[in-house]
Write a new protein. Structure first.
Length: 388
């Protein structure tokens, strides 16, 4: 779940400064008139200058943001805010940079300021909902996603994310309903299909049917009627769940299969682990790695982000995501992920090396050589950090 990037949401046209000097029509003027002219000229130059400066800093901040240099981006967005404190753009973009750094309180503060200036902006509500979600404030996330949907009711991603927040609150029927709406809007939405499956697995009932494509029963989400188990059947179902191996059992088997190169078997075992415990971040990470080794990058990305949602702060996952984006020539995203890995583990030599590769392919040669030198330094001073 990522915030919408800067520059795509809202843009104020900045006025260019004047390049030609003001010329007097008369060559003979008195001192008072000349003084007035200079005062007026100074005012005229000062007005657009503020706009130029704010726009310059905001645009440069966006370039830093795209390269994953969030501290530099925040500095420039802050300058833009100081110059133009009533401009929602810089607040919004700075909020996104804070979010990328995991500074969710600061992000929420700036999204809130954006909404004070633009009360009907769905993107700001959506992104603030993401920040609340990562802080574990799921009720607040639901509130913001709901407000975003009131403004923009056709966004499947917002329904999917609100479903995630409902699931974390244990409100599985509400979650399932949102995932189904997301699928109605965007058929084939893999994340919504997968999250809906997890929501079914997370309900108190041991077994539940899956939604039909054309819901008929308004009494139950998506028309999926549940089979009510009673008597001996209910006891048997409960005992079956109690006797089922735990997630660690399946996860251990999955790791063993990865070591043997049996990736399909590993995926099967990690999937069983997630069915037992839908909040097991290590199982999602393990399955993502199996998909990664198979070259099924879309599936790997999905599982890695699921693992990050459940357990933030895994440098290895960010590095692998960077590798995927590099292999698919998405270098800006690769740089962003490697930067996150380095922020989490400053001794991660492989992340420095691979970010250098991505920077080089992007044409940022000086920065690339700096990262390569850093990687070599890390490898010499801290053996074992270059490969994980």
């Amino acid at each position: 779940m990522e915030p919408h990037p800067p520059g795509l949401w809202y843009r104020i046209p900045w006025h260019a400064g004047r390049s030609a000097s003001i010329q007097d029509r008369e060559t003979s003027v008195n001192v008072v008139k000349m003084t007035s002219v200079f005062i007026i000229a100074a005012i005229l130059w000062a007005i657009p200058a503020a706009g130029i400066n704010a726009g310059y800093y905001n645009d440069r901040g966006n370039k830093y943001y795209e390269k994953g240099r969030y501290d530099n981006a925040i500095q420039d967005y802050t300058r833009a805010v100081e110059i133009s404190p009533d401009d929602p753009v810089a607040y919004y973009d700075r909020a996104n940079a804070y979010y990328r750094k995991g500074l969710y309180d600061e992000a929420i503060r700036d999204y809130t300021k954006t909404l004070e200036l633009l009360p009907e902006d769905a993107e700001a509500y959506y992104n603030r909902g993401l920040a609340y979600f990562h802080k574990g404030m799921f009720e607040y996330a639901v509130r913001d996603y709901t407000r975003a949907l009131e403004i923009n009711p056709g966004d499947p991603g917002t329904y999917n994310n609100r479903g995630n927040a409902y699931a974390r609150l244990g409100r599985y029927d509400d979650a399932i309903r949102d995932y189904c709406i997301a699928l109605e809007i965007r058929p084939g939405y893999k994340n919504a299909y997968y999250n809906r499956k997890l929501a079914y697995a997370g309900r108190e009932e041991a077994e539940a049917g899956f939604c039909r494509e054309d819901p008929a029963d308004a009494e139950h989400p998506c028309g999926a009627k549940k089979e009510q188990k009673t008597g001996a059947n209910a006891v048997l179902s409960k005992k079956s769940v109690e006797n089922r191996p735990n997630a660690a059992f399946y996860r251990g088997r999955g790791k063993a299969f990865i070591e043997d190169g049996r990736y399909d078997d590993a995926i099967r075992e990690f999937t069983r682990a997630t069915e037992v415990d839908i909040r097991d971040a290590e199982s999602f990470k393990g399955r993502g790695t199996a998909y990664y080794e198979k070259g099924e990058y879309d599936m790997a990305i999905r599982d890695y982000y699921m693992a990050l949602d459940l357990n933030l702060g895994d440098a290895d996952i960010h590095c692998r995501l960077g590798n995927i984006y590099s292999r698919t020539k998405r270098y800006d995203e690769a740089i962003e992920e490697y930067t996150k890995a380095i922020e989490l583990d400053p001794l991660f030599a492989e992340a420095y090396n691979n970010r250098g590769n991505a920077l080089y392919r992007e044409g940022s040669f000086e920065e690339a050589f700096r990262d390569w030198r850093k990687s070599e330094e890390m490898s010499r001073r801290h053996p074992g950090t270059s490969d994980r």
